[in-house]
Design a protein around this ligand. Structure first.
Ligand code: IPM
Ligand code: MN
Length: 366
């Protein structure tokens, strides 16, 4: 397996280093070969190359680099985001560019409360918070379609088009339904949208969902408006099994999901192209104020590595990689109860100690 590594900015490289530490141990344990190659893509590089901090002036990642990334089996990303670079430049220049160019049309975000992790939801346990969000990742409000007229005048008009294609919607729904079939849960798939207002865009989603759903008679098909979904996340998270959702709503509900599973320190995600190269990343940002202090939580990055192993294994039919991913996940589950908190600086361990503990647990497992 060939892995491209983008540590990125801030604490990104620190958490990725812990993931790679665990990767080395689990590869020895299970017996598979891999190589890693570092890609220096970051806000720092952008600025050092003369990039304008206030407007995208040069590529954050070049087309050549994207083409090179496409030759790997998976990409492992830390974080991008720099305090001196205006919001949007690095996000658009790297994250969104990779998602679009590499056609990573699924953003897979499990919402899992690991054992011993504190949730702000009173009375809820690991049994209650265990579902997965399948976010469409290349369409919706993210395509950049739209425009502005009469800019800077009182008559200014700005539009941002929510672009949904039948093909794009369909592949996301199919992915989610296939995933729901594989999950050891109640076989319930919930479409989250806003059909009462988005009467074109989400009507397309709804019809596609119902039509494709007929091919999956074992699944219970369910629909929630996105606002109600936010309410249920807090009130009855145990209700959910698999959610499929458009890009923007998926972005929003997965931040809420991250909070109920114990915060950004534990939330992992994967940008997935099931027939191409996928990119795995902790959902949290670059946390510049914690950079270099060895206090940030690496669990999200290590859980992203577990996803990388499992998803790559599932795609290539390599059972060893799936086994390795499961082992890393098991190790996380046995280490979280030993931690005081999942917040940076309050874990009772340093970043590298958490990585060491998980690596040791993997090494010592049967
Ligand atoms: C995410 C982020 C990105 C998104 C931003 C940084 C462009 O919030 O991965 O959830 O909106 O998708
Ligand atoms: Mn987001």
């Amino acid at each position: 397996m060939k892995i491209a590594v983008i540590g990125g900015d801030g604490t990104g490289p620190e958490v990725v280093a812990e993931g790679l530490k665990v990767l080395k141990i689990v590869a020895e344990k299970v017996g598979f070969e891999y190589t890693t190659q570092d890609f220096n893509v970051s806000g720092d590089r952008y600025l050092a190359a003369g990039g304008d901090p206030n407007a995208a002036s040069i590529p954050v990642i070049s087309d050549e680099e994207i083409a090179e990334l496409a030759t790997f089996d998976a990409i492992y990303l830390g974080a991008v985001g720099h305090p001196d670079v205006a919001p949007g430049i690095l996000e658009k220049g790297l994250l969104l560019k990779a998602r679009f160019e590499l056609d990573q049309y699924i953003n897979l975000r499990p919402v899992t409360l690991y054992p011993g992790v504190e949730t702000p939801l009173a009375g809820k346990t690991s049994d209650d918070i265990d579902f997965v969000v399948v976010r469409e990742n290349t369409e919706g409000l993210y395509t950049g379609m739209g425009g502005v007229q009469y800019k800077g005048t009182p008559n200014e008009v700005a539009t941002q088009i929510m672009c949904n294609t039948r093909q794009g919607v369909e592949r996301a729904i199919r992915y989610a339904m296939d995933l729901c079939m594989r999950r050891d849960d109640k076989k319930q798939i919930t479409l989250v949208g806003k059909t009462n207002v988005l009467t074109y865009a989400h009507d397309l989603w709804f019809r596609a969902f119902m039509e494709i759903g007929e091919e999956y008679p074992e699944l219970t098909k369910d629909y929630n408006h996105v606002d109600a979904c936010c309410m249920w996340f807090v009130k009855n998270p145990e209700y959910y099994d698999t959610i499929v959702v458009c890009n923007m709503f998926g972005d929003i509900i997965t931040d809420l999901g991250a909070m109920i599973q114990g915060g950004m320190g534990v939330a992992a995600g994967g940008n997935i192209n099931p027939s191409g190269v996928s990119m795995f990343e902790p959902i949290g940002g670059s946390a510049p104020k914690y950079t270099g202090q060895n206090v940030i939580n690496p669990i999200a990055a290590i859980a992203s590595l577990a996803m990388l192993l499992r998803e790559t294994g599932n795609n290539t039919g390599d059972a060893k990689l799936v086994d390795a991913g499961n082992r890393v996940e098991q190790a996380i589950r046995s280490v979280t109860p030993q931690m005081k908190s999942q917040s940076a600086g309050r874990m009772g361990f340093s970043t590298s100690e958490v990585g060491d503990l998980i690596a040791k647990t993997v090494a010592d497992a049967e």
